[in-house]
Write a protein that binds this ligand. Structure first.
Ligand code: WTA
Length: 637
């Protein structure tokens, strides 16, 4: 497959950037022409950020799976679409060619249909990183069902909340998942999530770990049995459902600054074009290359750069079930060596963690196949950048530092491999179609270079969030109301003297822990559910590996027993309510929280104390009880 819209030179980038902003209709129209449509669109773009209402390729009809599968069959049917590497290095890997993947997706799409799934129904997918996860996701898209993939690390309660919000009627899960030396009992977590649930009609369970599971009559069925049922019908096709360009493709929940996670909604055509365009350009993907994105499909990075980006480009995507440090810290390098990986896309947390294990784990690993390295999810510090460059890329591979969000669908600000220059710790320049701007607190746009402010985007790109599921007003308020006529990212950012962007981190109450977004309000709610907790406040602090660590200040009712045991209990509560990813790193019991007279917690002070910067706490005179600050300072962990 060739990509006529793949930019080759810096000049080409500048030219395309300019056209994309001046004339988005013809720019994106030309790119969209290269995809497979059932009917061409009537209008490329119609939008306003006030409601917001954003429509790309209106009137167009298509199915994303025809673009990810069918269109490759004739010329690339025998090309590997998915290479799967197990958690267990001794288990044989699997390769699915485009023909095989197409076959399996069609087959499972028929299973979904047989189980009553219809266009527009919400299907929750809660599975480990096995090919069936990608198959289930694509099968939903095949029949026009809306998938909502939930990361395997979320707890039963977190799943229950998401099922309720999405009004999901179907679940696809596994008996269990392997993760390093552990088996995670996914089906059992689902069973807990379903206590009291009124919407779920069917749970389809795929076998992976053979952990004992309880199958409820009339509700739960085995994936394998259902496949047999469709096999007895011969090998029927499953024609791809005709979808409107703006029909919902998926919902993906993400944390924000309020207590409840938001269901970010992406629609079919714009998301497809954006995932594909950014994949092809940022990584400079060449047909035949092996692309290894180490994210989980439960996050947006996995949606866009394991599934939809690479497959829509006819590429080979590597799906890895395991973790970077098990059985040892050389696991990524074994995988790169074994499959001659050309593009490695990972998170700074993984790089920093592997850095800590030293170079010994690189010995004897042939990394010469690598051509491009990528970073995503959090700011990459210079030390990690240089380590990645020197020891993994051997100084020969450009590192693309890709800034984007669940809400943006795909990469937004990034250098493009061998096309635009990199600058350590800078995401650098906006991709075509992306019009960033920096604003001050009052909403004034900061013009010129060498300025810092809040990062906004001035006009829509094809992959932009369309709504938050079931609550459009929340979408408007969160992203489009802070600054008039702009999409607000929630990130702080600086623009250097050459116009390069450097993301400095969240400016709202969202933490970024190991590249995972965690809302402080959501976490405080979880902690406050513990019977002994009176009140709590969460802040982030710099953490060598995770980027940010979680620091919890808790007012605890001491009559509740041994404080040390209680800390363990609080951690257990968080694991139950959200999941292990949100466990606080430090918990400090405090007699009170520093509040203003109007009752607002002064997080600035708590942040400074957590950071260990206690000499300069700023003005504390507006506090209700300034003496608390010293007590909290003295008790710092
Ligand atoms: C942060 C992940 C600095 C940022 C794709 C953003 C980054 C949040 C970068 C979105 C980067 C992502 N440099 N920060 N290259 N990439 N971020 O929704 O704070 O899980 O707002 O999407 O991660 O996280 P999300």
């Amino acid at each position: 497959m060739s990509y006529p819209y793949q930019i080759k030179t810096l000049e080409g980038y500048k030219k395309d950037y300019e056209t994309s902003i001046k004339n988005p209709d013809s720019f994106w129209g030309n790119i969209a022409e290269t995809f497979t449509w059932k009917k061409k669109w009537d209008k490329v773009l119609e939008w306003n950020f006030k409601e917001p209402s954003i429509k790309w390729f209106q009137g167009g009809k298509l199915n994303i799976t025809e673009n990810c599968l069918d269109r490759h069959l004739e010329k690339n049917g025998n090309t590997p679409a998915i290479i799967w590497e197990s958690n267990d290095p001794d288990e044989h890997h699997r390769v699915l060619t485009y023909k095989e993947l197409h076959f399996k997706v069609v087959q499972f799409a028929n299973v979904l249909k047989n189980n009553g799934v219809k266009k527009g129904d919400r299907v929750c997918v809660y599975m480990g990183m096995i090919p069936e996860l990608a198959i289930a996701t694509l099968a939903c898209a095949r029949i026009g069902a809306i998938h909502s993939v939930i990361f395997g690390g979320f707890s039963a309660q977190a799943i229950a909340d998401r099922l309720e919000d999405a009004q999901a009627e179907f679940i696809v899960t596994c008996d269990g998942a392997y993760r390093a030396a552990k088996d995670i009992p996914l089906k059992s977590v689902i069973d807990d999530a379903l206590v009291g649930n009124k919407t779920i009609k069917r749970v389809i369970v795929c076998t992976r770990t053979r952990t004992p599971v309880s199958m409820i009559k009339g509700r739960d069925v085995w994936w394998e049995d259902e496949i047999k049922k469709v096999e007895t019908l011969g090998n029927p096709d499953c024609p791809a459902e005709t979808m409107d360009a703006e029909d919902v493709l998926f919902i993906l929940y993400t944390s924000g600054s309020t207590g409840k996670p938001k269901g970010v909604v992406h629609t079919t055509a714009g998301y497809m074009v954006w995932a594909n365009y950014t994949f092809v350009n940022v990584f400079q993907y060449q047909q035949g290359q092996v692309h290894f994105c180490t994210a989980d499909i439960g996050w947006i990075t996995g949606h866009s750069y394991i599934v939809y980006g690479p497959l829509s480009a006819g590429g080979t995507t590597l799906l890895f079930e395991g973790v970077p440090t098990w059985p040892d810290a050389g696991r990524f390098w074994d995988v790169v060596d074994k499959f001659k990986v050309n593009i490695l896309y990972t998170a700074p947390t993984a790089i920093r963690s592997l850095m800590g294990f030293g170079l010994e784990y690189l010995k004897g690993k042939d990394l010469s196949s690598l051509k491009v390295l990528g970073s995503v999810g959090e700011p990459i510090n210079e030390e990690a950048w240089h380590w990645y460059d020197k020891n993994i890329g051997k100084g020969n591979c450009p590192i693309v530092d890709t800034w984007w969000q669940t809400e943006t669908g795909g990469m937004m600000i990034s250098n493009m491999a061998n096309v635009t220059p990199s600058k350590p710790s800078f995401a650098t320049l906006p991709l075509p179609g992306v019009e960033p701007c920096l604003v001050d607190e009052a909403g004034n746009e900061l013009l010129g270079n060498n300025v810092s402010g809040n990062l906004c985007i001035k006009s829509p790109w094809p992959g932009i969030i369309r709504t938050t599921y079931g609550d459009h007003e929340r979408c408007r308020q969160t992203y489009f109301s802070t600054y008039e006529n702009k999409y607000f990212t929630g990130d702080g950012c600086l623009r250097d003297e050459d116009g390069n962007y450097r993301i400095t981190g969240r400016v709202d109450d969202v933490l970024n822990v190991s590249g995972h977004r965690i809302g402080t309000a959501e976490l405080e709610n979880a902690i406050n559910m513990h019977a002994g907790v009176i009140e709590s406040a969460i802040v982030g602090y710099p953490h060598d590996v995770k980027g940010q660590g979680i620091y919890a200040y808790v007012i605890f009712d001491e009559t509740h027993g041994d404080p040390n045991l209680s800390k363990q209990d609080i951690i257990q509560t968080v694991t139950r309510i959200i999941g292990a990813i949100a466990k606080p790193d430090k918990i400090q019991f405090v007699p009170g929280l520093p509040k203003t007279r109007s009752g607002k917690i002064m997080r600035r002070i708590l942040r400074k104390i957590a950071e260990g910067d206690v000499t300069n706490l700023g003005d504390t005179s507006t506090l209700l009880d300034p003496s608390l600050v010293d007590i909290i300072k003295d008790g710092r962990i």
